[in-house]
Design a protein around this ligand. Structure first.
Ligand SMILES: C[S@@+](CC[C@H](N)C(=O)[O-])C[C@H]1O[C@@H](n2cnc3c(N)ncnc32)[C@H](O)[C@@H]1O
Length: 672
């Protein structure tokens, strides 16, 4: 450590009284996801991107009932200037909403922004303080069910014609309607087809192409906010029968004039605007029908899986519960592929780089495609239907012993657990979807760690924890070693392929102090990033201010990806650490042994390989007092010393070479 005084994040990031408060509040919004009472988690889905890439969604981790409010899944609305709106238009997918209250376009930020739209949603937006929103349940929701809300009548094109929600699928509305595109779509398939060049394309895009509506230039046209048109008729869909009734509403909203039909970001009515529709919709949403639908979907999945074998290349890219790889499949097997579980999402053409449907340049898509799918040199994975002669070299499909979902054995880290349940276990030391409440000591089952009696997590305050743990040995990171050198966990497959350019300037965290002790991250490089909302997220008042991420480089990343340290040569020491269990290593490094540190990833979740992580002592974060969630997270005990990153936009190769070395600019320290 150098220097005595440690500037705070406030100083480093030039926060004012106002923005510092907002900043912390916003960080807490994300941290609240990890409270035992949160009742939801961010998961992944391929529903809204046609199995070509993944998007985030929110799923319930506990049962919710009509009228319940889910306060921890919150978000804030930040007004956008016209310039900002334009800037966002071209590129990344933020949740742009029209707020009638503010009378302006806004960004919805915070975990709430991962709630997807459904025409028959199970939640509705509710106000949760000034500029903040949360959700109220309109139906009972079971564990594992996706939480959805109604964005508006024209969010996904006029009358939501491009909507991909489960209700539209069931009712053959939105993107699932078949009547006017001349493409025969088999029952059960997603609304994606192959175009003349053999590329997989969204049906609505094909339709527009054919009708001459979609031209290159039209894609880039800016939103013309000036044009006011009457709100499209409100549509009531009977979730059960699919019958549609239209009502005319009196409110006006802005509609774009661009030639490209209104697409995702084009139009959202405010939370208030959809309420009437929503109420009507929900009168028609019967749980029985839903359940019936769900069970038929399950059956469909089940039958699609029967006889399906998967042949994987030896090089499979594994990220935190997500495997992304190039795959090949034939159109004749679309039906099978479309029904596969989350781990098998991508459909593409053999030997041809994949082009995202609709030319979308949304962030999540860009990441996934450029990482994996467009890399034509990467090895392919073949999904073959029942009739094919298949080779079951490496992978077999398994059913998770915890959640019963099917997954590929290639993604298995712990015995018979799917990636999601593994991740959950790594985070919370208890099986999905449970979370321990403070003072609850749960013995981990079926896990090596419980056998050794180690790694049981107790919740306690920091003073008790510090009493119990041995002081950190040595100040130098190179000399800090874990106590248990015998601890081993399964090595993971190394990711293949290039890393993405890393474009967010920020800081390298050289040291971490916890409760005044030197806690030097010996493994990997911590990047404390102060990024503006154009990149990830922002707080509610200062639109271009910071969000916090301590990001770990992927190589040697103790917390990112699968929660294990990646070594190129498993079982060898990395900076003096011989084993792979990241959480344990961090705990060791921080002198906290097995008391539990929680890797937290927050803003930017979707950019899968940029897992923003902050290390927060579990005892601090996971209090059970949801009414005072703002005070739950105490970051002040963690101090970090940073160097500014002098170079941005590194290529993956540069990044690999320069990690932690050349990049280091002037050294700074900050304290939360
Ligand atoms: C507020 S975000 C929701 C979170 C999003 N899935 C993500 O990963 O960022 C809105 C975006 O999600 C996708 N989305 C959500 N609901 C959808 C639906 N019913 N149909 C099509 N796309 C949807 C669209 O890409 C939309 O722009």
């Amino acid at each position: 450590m150098t220097g005595d005084s440690i500037p705070t994040v406030r100083e480093t990031a030039k926060l004012t009284d106002e923005t510092e408060k907002d900043f912390i509040q916003h960080a807490k919004r994300y941290f609240a996801m990890y409270l035992p009472t949160a009742g939801f988690e961010i998961a992944e889905t391929d529903r809204y991107s046609g199995s070509m890439k993944r998007e985030a969604c929110i799923i319930a981790t506990k049962e919710w009932h009509v009228g319940d409010e889910i306060r921890h899944c919150s978000g804030t609305l930040v007004s956008l200037t016209t310039e900002e709106e334009r800037a966002l238009e071209g590129g990344r997918d933020f949740s742009i909403m029209w707020s009638s209250r503010k009378d302006t376009m806004c960004l919805l930020l915070g975990p709430a922004r991962f709630v997807n739209h459904d025409c028959c949603p199970n939640t509705e937006f509710i106000s949760s303080g000034q500029n903040a929103i949360a959700f109220k349940f309109l139906r009972d929701v079971a564990i594992g069910e996706e939480l959805t809300a109604y964005y508006g009548d024209n969010y996904f094109g006029a009358g939501n014609e491009e909507c991909l929600c489960a209700t539209c699928e069931r009712n053959k509305t939105g993107s699932f309607r078949t009547e006017d595109d001349g493409v025969v779509l088999k029952e059960g398939l997603r609304p994606f087809v192959y175009d003349d060049k053999g590329k997989l394309i969204r049906r609505s895009v094909l339709r527009r192409k054919k009708s001459g509506l979609l031209t290159k230039s039209s894609k880039n046209k800016q939103l013309d906010k000036q044009t006011e048109k009457p709100l499209q008729p409100t549509t009531d869909i009977d979730c059960a029968t699919g019958s549609v009734t239209q009502h005319t509403a009196t409110t006006t909203i802005s509609l774009p004039t661009r030639a490209e039909p209104m697409s995702f970001r084009t139009m959202i009515s405010s939370a208030r605007q959809y309420n009437n529709t929503n109420r009507l919709l929900n009168q028609n949403c019967s749980d029985n029908n839903m359940n019936h639908h769900l069970s038929s979907v399950n059956q469909e999945m089940e039958s699609s899986w029967a006889g399906v074998n998967v042949v994987a290349s030896p090089e499979i890219r594994v990220e935190w519960g997500i495997t992304i790889f190039r795959r090949v499949n034939t159109p004749t097997h679309q039906g099978v592929n479309a029904s596969l579980s989350n781990n098998f999402g991508v459909t593409g053409q053999s030997n041809s780089p994949f082009t995202p449907a609709g030319g979308s340049s949304r962030m999540s898509i860009a990441y996934l495609c450029s990482n994996d799918i467009s890399d034509s040199s990467s090895k392919a994975i073949v999904i073959a239907g029942p009739s094919s002669a298949v080779n079951t070299q490496q992978e077999i499909t398994r059913r998770c012993k915890i959640c019963s979902e099917k997954y590929s054995s290639a993604f298995e880290y712990k015995e018979r657990r799917c990636p999601r349940c593994t991740r959950h276990f790594n985070l919370f030391s208890i099986e999905w979807p449970l979370r321990k409440t403070p003072n609850q000591k749960v013995k981990a089952k079926d896990d090596n760690r419980s056998k050794s009696g180690k790694n049981r997590v107790e919740f306690m305050n920091s003073s008790r924890r510090m009493d119990k743990t041995a002081p950190s040995k040595g100040k130098n990171k190179q000399t800090t070693r874990p106590r248990n050198r015998n601890q081993q966990s399964l090595p993971e497959p190394e990711p293949s392929g290039e890393w993405e350019p890393f474009s967010t300037p920020g800081f390298i965290v050289n040291t971490i102090r916890y409760n005044g002790k030197d806690c030097i991250p010996s493994i990997g490089t911590f990047h404390l990033l102060f990024s503006c909302n154009k990149n990830f997220d922002c707080n509610q008042n200062n639109k271009l201010s910071i969000s916090i991420r301590i990001q770990l480089s992927r190589r040697n990343n103790p917390l990112g990806c699968s929660n294990r340290i990646r070594t190129h040569e498993p079982d060898k020491e990395v900076d003096g650490f011989p084993y792979h269990n990241a959480r344990k290593v961090i705990a060791e490094v921080l002198g906290l042994d097995n008391q539990g540190f929680v890797p937290i990833f927050g803003p930017g979740y979707r950019s899968n390989d940029r897992r923003p992580v902050i290390v927060v002592p579990r005892g601090h974060v996971l209090t059970d007092d949801s009414s005072e969630s703002d005070d739950d997270v105490i970051m002040s005990d963690i101090e970090v010393e940073t160097s500014s990153i002098v170079s941005a936009d590194l290529t993956s190769k540069q990044r690999r070479e320069e990690d932690g070395h050349i990049l280091a600019g002037p050294s700074k320290k900050c304290k939360f």
